[in-house]
Design a binder for this molecule. Structure first.
Ligand code: G4P
Length: 537
């Protein structure tokens, strides 16, 4: 098989959104259109996921592997789509951010009534930092929502990215009736649906296509007011800006915007068509020895996520590797660069809608699960023998904190081992007081559920009971000195109103109990840098 051709077909992306915007629905439709599933509702099991921790654990155990790790790989219009799931609800965690380091682009999904919401904003920041191309799909147009111009303004001002609407909503009697494709000059009109039939495949009906804005059939179909509104709005759009600049899109500076209703299949076709046309295949990735091209023959990839089996009986760990160049074949030998060890990839695994299956070969752009012999850490590089390393995946400042106490002091050893392993996997951030200073162990996470996971796993896998206590901290910042000198912990302690701690990699962190304390530290101590993310050792 021609590797070059295979890499050229790969499109590796994620959907970023706030819970309830319709990510599950859109994913389902993608699978449906890709012919992967026959019926809508297959991804829906996920929706029924209860936020109750015990249920979630049960589900994890039943499945053997976390359902939060799904990587959906499926063919679509001659392409191979790799959709990486970004867990959102209660299981929002650092993994969600890390996943965004493994993709080449993202679809930002907005609820038309709600616009840019908190979680979208957080996820967007990671995408923006990586300067990856971002599509915007405004969903739920079938419901009363915000004015489309208003939404454009919000995305531009809140997220700081330019917007170019490629499709534009068309209304009949104030009701969403179709989209105008500005680049193709075509209007797609949808038939009004019976509300009861409005969900799933049964509702899929071919859109009525109208050639252009001047087509008399359009004026007739939309009525006088609908037609006048469309004419007026499209004129405004043309006046407002330049043409669609693909270079700016690829640089992550301009987001093409689309409107529709995922649940009703409205506006999805033109969106997916543009997505397939514009979304780039894997590109070069930076390493400490210069960029690596996906067409390079030697295999390379990096670990972006480690998932331990929740089942005590099968205590395996799976490392998720994003391939960046070459080809991975089952049974091949690879170099784990950080340790310098060679290992054989006996059972590389791929995932489809939550099911795992062995994979014989995969290419740059793909995501493969490999068995972790207890060696991997987030960000580790695997190669065919070379010694370069991909740029590390940053750690992100947690937003929730808890004190951690051991119930049985005799289990100190198991406790330490368990914590080390969990920290290696990147399940939570762990902070301890510097040598010689008293203080509690503090856990930090992006989602509260992570604390329960740690508690559960320490108990189940290491037989260690722990107590989680409240902690007053609200913010964590990694500290470095502007002049590059090492941070003197005592001086820092005296300078800031917060708790000075070290993370598992020995990096200096200050925990603050309110935003104001951080601002004061920033103002009074410009010699320090208080960073929200940290990379490397
Ligand atoms: P999420 O994964 O982003 O959290 O969202 P999900 O797809 O689960 O969608 C959240 C709710 O929004 C669902 O309703 C879903 O049916 C609905 N939805 C998705 N797309 C559209 C749309 O285009 N228009 C409208 N009106 N609703 C949409 P639910 O009542 O929570 O679930 P269900 O019982 O309908 O499945």
């Amino acid at each position: 098989m021609n590797a070059q051709h295979e890499v050229g077909r790969r499109r590796t992306f994620a959907i970023i959104s706030h819970p309830d915007a319709g990510k599950t629905t859109l994913t389902e439709k993608l699978l449906l259109y890709g012919g992967v599933i026959q019926l809508a509702g297959a991804v829906k099991a996920k929706r029924g996921r209860s936020s109750a921790v015990s249920d979630w654990m049960e589900m994890e155990r039943e499945r053997g592997i976390s359902i939060t790790t799904s990587v959906l790989q499926f063919p679509y219009r001659g392409l191979q789509l790799n959709l990486l799931d970004t867990p959102g609800h209660a299981d929002f965690s650092e993994d969600t951010y890390r996943t965004l380091h493994a993709v080449d682009g993202a679809i930002m999904l907005l609820d038309s009534a709600k616009g840019v919401e908190a979680q979208t904003r957080k996820l967007f920041r990671v995408c923006k930092h990586r300067a990856i191309p971002i599509f915007t799909f405004v969903n739920k147009l079938d419901r009363p929502g915000r004015d489309p111009f208003d939404l454009i303004g919000e995305v531009e001002s809140v997220l700081g990215i330019g917007v170019y609407p490629i499709t534009w909503p068309v209304f009949r009697d104030g009701t969403f009736a179709g989209v105008y494709h500005r680049l193709a000059g075509r209007v797609y009109l949808f038939e009004a649906l019976d509300p009861d039939a409005g969900k799933g495949v049964g509702a899929e009906r071919p859109p009525v296509e109208v050639t252009g804005l001047e087509d008399p059939a359009l004026a007739e179909a939309l009525g006088e007011r609908g037609y006048a509104r469309l004419k007026q709005e499209t004129e405004l759009l043309e006046l407002a800006g330049d043409g669609f600049d693909k270079e700016r899109f690829l640089a992550g500076e301009l987001s093409p915007m689309f409107f529709g209703s995922a649940v009703n299949n409205f506006g999805l076709e033109p969106f997916l068509e543009s997505f397939c046309e514009l979304m780039p295949p894997p590109g070069p990735r930076a390493t400490d020895q210069g960029p690596v091209s996906p067409s390079q023959e030697e295999f390379s990839g990096f670990v972006f996520k480690i998932q331990a089996n929740m089942d005590k009986a099968h205590r395996d760990r799976i490392a998720f590797v994003r391939l960046c160049s070459g080809r991975m074949v089952r049974g091949m030998k690879v170099r784990h660069v950080r340790s310098g060890r060679d290992l054989r990839l006996a059972n590389p695994t791929q995932f489809l809608a939550g099911e795992r299956s062995l994979v014989e070969e995969s290419f740059a752009g793909d995501v493969v699960g490999v068995n972790d012999p207890g060696l991997f850490e987030i960000g580790d590089t695997l190669t065919g023998g070379s010694t370069f390393e991909f740029q590390g995946i940053p750690s992100f400042a947690p937003e929730h904190f808890a004190r951690l106490e051991m119930v049985d002091p005799l289990k100190r050893k198991q406790f330490a081992r368990g914590l080390e392993q969990l920290a290696q996997e990147g399940t939570v951030q762990l902070y301890r007081p510097p040598e010689g200073r008293a203080g509690d162990l503090v856990l930090g996470a992006l989602g509260r559920l992570q604390f329960e996971v740690v508690k559960f796993r320490l108990e189940a896998e290491y037989g260690v009971q722990v107590r989680l206590g409240g902690a007053p901290w609200q913010l964590a910042r990694w500290v470095s000195r502007e002049d590059g000198a090492p941070v003197d912990l005592d001086r820092l302690h005296d300078a800031v109103e917060g708790m000075v701690v070290l993370d598992v990699r020995g990096r200096v962190v200050v925990l603050f109990d309110r935003e104001w304390a951080l601002q004061t530290a920033n103002r009074l101590h410009p010699e320090y840098r208080f960073a929200e993310t940290a990379t490397g050792v």
